[in-house]
Design a protein around this ligand. Structure first.
Ligand SMILES: O=C(O)CCC(=O)C(=O)O
Ligand SMILES: [Fe+2]
Length: 319
């Protein structure tokens, strides 16, 4: 993370240095936030086959079109920014990207997003576990409140100062979480939080507030005390342009920064999920797997769909 002055960031720089986060109160006009939130809801209504969601009760990943109990709205909506221009516009607002640029010391690249209508119910984590930057610590998150938070709605919690905990190194030598070692990470972080006397704080934000988080700040969702309440928000993750170029990512300039043009996350859908009512996404499957495309083009395999049914699913490929 870069050194920056209070004026550059528009908030206390020393606060961000000390706490690993800063709340930018009233950063966005509530009307602007409403526009992005309703455009995102329209995507959920109109393009449910393209949206990948994680059920926050079962942990199951599906297409929104096939989610069980969608009426609970208790889901993590992945990467709506790929389908929703209004969300990209908000995420790459020039004033916001100026703040992010100052923190990253480079132009920000919007790489992923998660949106929620109910409290996120996320276990404690640091974003760099999954969104692991090429240069350690070089990731920032902007969390945008779509509504005034109610303490019973399960708003985020965070541990000010936890970004200074040295990164845990997994068995492969990286800081990227591996599924079978995540329990060790939890043990490590619990000990570190205790040793440093760091305590959880609930984020009770107002609509239009932006909460900027350091890559390595420990945070999560608080328990939802009242499921009748909503807690709409989007969390947007940014890498530095330099790291993205080094990684050969396809980045596209927009407003104050860039976004990473990529395929949505794959879903390990059972082949029986596809049929006349829910056609197999042939084109994205072929784009995702060049070896399958080649097999289809050379006549070794009739289609991506038949590849998935015969081999792909068993090989653990997603759609
Ligand atoms: O901030 C939250 O509670 C949920 C979002 C989150 O953890 C994330 O986007 O990484
Ligand atoms: Fe997170």
């Amino acid at each position: 993370m870069n050194q920056l002055s209070d004026a550059e960031m528009g908030v206390g720089h020393s606060e961000f240095e000390r706490d690993g986060c800063a709340l930018l109160e009233g950063f966005f006009d509530p009307f602007r936030v409403d526009r992005a939130a309703s455009a995102a809801r329209r995507v959920l209504r109109e393009r449910p086959r393209e949206v990948v969601v994680d059920c926050l009760q079962s942990g199951q990943r599906t297409f929104w079109a096939q989610a069980a109990h969608p009426e609970t709205r208790h889901f993590k909506f992945n990467d709506l920014h790929l389908l929703c221009e209004a969300l990209r516009d908000l995420a790459l607002d020039p004033e916001l990207t100026a703040v992010l640029r100052a923190l990253l010391g480079d132009a920000p690249v919007l790489c992923s997003s998660v949106s929620f209508e109910k409290g996120s119910s996320q276990p404690k984590h640091i974003d760099s576990l999954c969104m692991t930057p090429r240069t350690p610590h070089s990731l920032v998150t902007a969390w945008i409140a779509y509504e005034d938070a109610h303490p019973d709605a399960g708003p985020p919690v965070y541990y000010p100062g936890s970004h200074k905990i040295p990164l845990y190194t997994f068995n492969d030598g990286s800081h990227h979480a591996s599924r079978d070692e995540i329990v060790d990470w939890f043990d490590y972080i619990d000990v570190q939080l205790r040793l440093r006397g760091l305590r959880a704080r609930k984020l009770v934000a107002r609509k239009g507030d932006v909460f900027i988080r350091h890559a390595d700040l420990v945070h999560g969702g608080s328990p939802i005390a009242d499921f009748g309440r909503t807690c709409g928000c989007a969390a947007l993750h940014y890498f530095s342009a330099g790291d993205c170029v080094e990684r050969g990512m396809d980045i596209e300039p927009l407003r104050g920064g860039y976004w990473f043009r990529r395929l949505r996350a794959p879903v390990a859908a059972d082949p029986s999920a596809f049929g006349p009512g829910f056609p197999f996404p042939e084109e994205s499957y072929l784009r995702r797997y060049p070896d399958v495309r080649e097999a289809v083009e050379t006549g070794m395999c009739p289609s991506g769909e038949s590849h998935y049914r015969m081999y792909g699913f068993d090989e653990g490929r997603g759609v």
